[in-house]
Design a binder for this molecule. Structure first.
Ligand SMILES: Nc1nc2c(c(=O)[nH]1)N[C@H]1C(S)=C(S)[C@@H](COP(=O)(O)OP(=O)(O)OC[C@H]3O[C@@H](n4cnc5c(=O)[nH]c(N)nc54)[C@H](O)[C@@H]3O)O[C@H]1N2
Ligand SMILES: Nc1nc2c(c(=O)[nH]1)N[C@H]1C(S)=C(S)[C@@H](COP(=O)(O)OP(=O)(O)OC[C@H]3O[C@@H](n4cnc5c(=O)[nH]c(N)nc54)[C@H](O)[C@@H]3O)O[C@H]1N2
Ligand code: SF4
Ligand SMILES: [Mo]
Length: 700
């Protein structure tokens, strides 16, 4: 029972793509408590520690509550009224555009933005700014899986089935996903299955596995080819399924035929016996799933790697069959919706292509503009960030929902690019490391203070609901975009700031596209609605049961073969360094580093090292090390882990300043998805003296 005077609101966690259902209780005194929503099937009464503590960010001591402006280059920032801040940004943007053209202004969005914000941000870039220079942090997250999924199935929806289907699985292969830490409530649906975990580390998830395969970072492609090889050699090919539902197996087999198990063992380090055991386990079950996460995807060959895993799933006849399937575990809160509605460089709403004349005509009609006025595709996330302030590159950037100073690869280089801009505008609710560099800071509302929709990893569209009033001085992202658009000469009615009105427009803009939301009613979202929804009330929890989304209804094998990571260990940098996440921190840590319960156990940068390797480099457990690559060095506390490969070290990327894992990561890009190689580079370790007194978030 809510306390007297308290209001109970059903909404969802602000963080990951699971979008656990929550009940918020806002007390009249202004506080808010969170409880899991027992009725929401994804988390069914559970939350992880980040979900339980999410209200802490609402009341963060350093929460942004007034706009800030740097009046002149080099001057200190000062608080300003909203009118002054928006007028200043409008004037500067008009000046830059007049001098250097519309592409001199760039936009960087985020997969945590609601559908309405992501949609409006893309529209704002194309219509109010007229720029092609727009992309978002999902490029660093979902892009490889999206490219491979679209190629195979004709459409990209992370999971083409509800997570509750996994509860019936007998075997689940998790490739590069540490869900025990990154989506803990998901583990409950996996309890009945034998898990095969592919991870260079014996991760928390691997601890639950029936079988743990531990390839060297960057060698999954060889491993997946080898598993396909063994599956075929041992007679597990589903010929009937191949003939009826797929194209292109023969060419794919010609690639996999060359990856016999002994060769795969030499490249990956996974013993032949373990490869065979994995195939035997997969083949022994009727209900089986193959899921990929960032460990397999964040590579300069991420797209081919996901394709290789999909090829394996297709050869066994998994996708599009009740009780089986392939899926990619989407990451950010709105990682799915955020990649559908047009904040991506090559995209218009509804997952339409910006190069498709029919798509341009449709969306331009909804927006009330001339299709020829819409710009073409722009550069990908990393390429966009790396071009900032260079000759011919953008001179201004607007950031909504990302903290690239911590999360972009080769972070020092990107921070330098941001610092070289004439104008950096950041909308956020906390002073992130990227906010610290901004010339104009715009303080915005958080999850519990706003309405909107999010689309979780199952393509399920959800309602985010407002439970309490934002602090005075804070405005919504939609309001900010409308006010800026008006200052750029747009009619205000073209940029509504009411989420319900924006969603109604998004329905029309997405109608007929691959991610079709036209049948979804904002006010009826207590009833699950999985896209595509082409008619009022239609929901599609399971895709592909009858046909795949290609014109002929068949899935496509994609022939791929192994290649090395962009950088391999050598005499100077003898180790593989890989990066990822821990349970108690989220992404760049901008939010979770402000919650004391979370920093208590995970408050500073660390590096996992095998004890023998630590000894070899003169390091002690609990001491400090510099982890050095060709891009630079990062400072981390040594944690010796006996189950780790001796040739590999692991760093979480949640920490700021000198503790940023991204000071060492390699920005080599996948040729198809333009995903950077977050998951492997060559590195060495150096012991470091303890500094006299600790400063900042990282041990610097
Ligand atoms: N606690 C927490 N949860 C989160 C997030 C968070 O920041 N913190 N972020 C959310 C987001 S946006 C995302 S994208 C998801 C990510 O979710 P995951 O993909 O589960 O997360 P990661 O830790 O990045 O990577 C998973 C595993 O990949 C392994 N790995 C490294 N290199 C390789 C390799 O070459 N091959 C294979 N097979 N594995 C490798 C790492 O050791 C790691 O255990 O998590 C979401 N949930
Ligand atoms: N080395 C390494 N680097 C990685 C990864 C890795 O595995 N290894 N993973 C990559 C992946 S998968 C991802 S998704 C990225 C994520 O990295 P980032 O893009 O930096 O993600 P966040 O830390 O979530 O940053 C979101 C920022 O936006 C703010 N914010 C949140 N919601 C809103 C909103 O609604 N409006 C506005 N205006 N602001 C908001 C938050 O306060 C925060 O400052 O990192 C990538 N970087
Ligand atoms: S698993 Fe994800 S959505 Fe659920 S409580 Fe944790 S962070 Fe929030
Ligand atoms: Mo992500």
């Amino acid at each position: 029972m809510p306390e007297r005077g308290a209001v109970m609101v059903r909404t969802h966690c602000p963080y990951c793509a699971l979008q656990c259902g929550t009940r918020l209780e806002a007390s009249p005194s202004g506080g808010v408590t969170v409880l899991p929503d027992e009725e929401f099937p994804v988390n069914a009464g559970r939350l992880c520690v980040k979900g339980w503590t999410a209200p802490g960010v609402l009341t963060a001591a350093d929460r942004l509550t007034a706009p800030l402006i740097r009046p002149r280059p080099g001057a200190a920032r000062q608080p300003a009224s909203w009118a002054a801040a928006l007028d200043h940004v409008g004037r500067e943007l008009r000046k830059i555009t007049a001098a250097s053209g519309p592409d001199a202004v760039a936009v960087f969005g985020g997969g945590g933005l609601t559908n309405e914000k992501a949609y409006t941000l893309g529209k704002f870039a194309r219509v109010a700014l007229g720029t092609s220079q727009v992309d978002y942090n999902g490029r660093f997250c979902m892009s490889s899986a999206a490219a491979a999924g679209s190629a195979a199935f004709g459409v990209d929806r992370g999971l083409p089935f509800p997570v509750t289907d996994l509860a019936q699985a007998e075997v689940v292969l998790l490739a590069g996903a540490n869900v025990a830490e990154t989506m803990p409530p998901l583990m409950r649906h996996l309890e009945g299955a034998d898990l095969i975990v592919v991870d260079p580390r014996r991760s928390a998830t691997a601890e639950h596995a029936a079988l743990h395969l531990s390839p060297a970072p960057g060698t999954d492609l060889a491993l997946a080819l080898g598993l396909l090889h063994t599956a075929v050699a041992d007679g597990h090919l589903d010929r009937e399924y191949l003939d009826r539902r797929t194209h292109g197996f023969d060419e794919t087999w010609r690639c996999a035929a060359e990856w016999w198990p002994e060769r795969v063992e030499r490249v990956t380090g996974v013993p032949v016996a373990d490869q065979r055991a994995a195939v035997r386990l997969l083949a022994s079950a009727r209900r089986r799933y193959l899921l990929t996460g960032r460990g397999a995807e964040q590579h300069s060959k991420g797209t081919d790697t996901v394709s290789a895993y999909i090829n394996l799933a297709l050869a066994l006849g998994l996708p599009g069959r009740a009780g089986s399937g392939y899926g990619c575990l989407t990451g950010q809160g709105n990682g799915q919706g955020g990649r559908e509605h047009g904040q991506k460089a090559d995209q218009l709403p509804g997952y339409r292509k910006i190069t498709d004349p029919a798509a341009r005509a449709h969306v331009a009609r909804v927006w009330g503009v001339d299709p020829d006025a819409l710009p073409g595709p722009g550069p990908s996330g990393y390429e966009l960030l790396d071009s900032l302030g260079r000759p011919g590159g953008p001179r201004a950037l607007l950031v909504f929902g990302s903290n690239p100073v911590v999360s972009a690869p080769a972070a020092r280089r990107i921070a330098d690019r941001l610092a070289s801009l004439d104008l950096l505008v950041v909308a956020d609710f906390v002073p992130s490391e990227t906010v610290e560099l901004a010339d104009v800071v715009l303080p915005v509302t958080q999850w519990a203070e706003e309405d909107g929709t999010m689309t979780n990893l199952e393509g399920r569209v959800l309602r985010r609901r407002r439970a309490l009033d934002p602090p005075p001085g804070v405005r919504s992202d939609l309001w900010v975009l409308r006010e800026l658009a008006v200052r750029l000469g747009q009619p205000p009615e073209r940029f509504p700031d009411d989420p319900r009105t924006v969603f109604a427009e998004l329905r029309r803009a997405s109608a007929g596209g691959p991610a079709d939301y036209s049948g979804i009613d904002f006010d009826a979202l207590d009833t699950p609605a999985h896209w595509p929804s082409r008619a009022e009330g239609e929901s599609t929890p399971r895709l592909f049961l009858d046909r795949f989304a290609h014109d002929d209804g068949r899935a496509r094998f994609r022939p791929v073969t192994h290649r090395d990571a962009a950088e391999l260990p050598d005499a100077d940098y003898p180790l593989y360094a890989t990066t990822g996440r821990v349970l108690a921190q989220y992404q760049s840590g901008a939010q979770t580093r402000r919650v004391p319960e979370l920093t208590a156990g995970a408050g500073e940068a660390f590096v996992e090292v095998h004890p023998d390797t630590a000894g070899r480099f003169g390091l002690a457990d609990g001491g400090l090390a510099r982890v050095v690559s060709r891009r630079g060095g990062t400072v981390a506390r040594v944690r010796t882990v006996a189950s780790l490969r001796t040739d590999t070290v692991f760093l979480p990327f949640h920490f700021p300043d000198a503790g940023r894992a991204n000071l060492i990561t390699n920005p080599a890009l996948d040729p198809v998805s333009r995903m950077p190689e977050f998951k492997v580079c060559a590195a060495r370790l150096e012991p470091l003296e303890e500094p006299p007194a600790e400063t900042g978030g990282g041990p610097s």
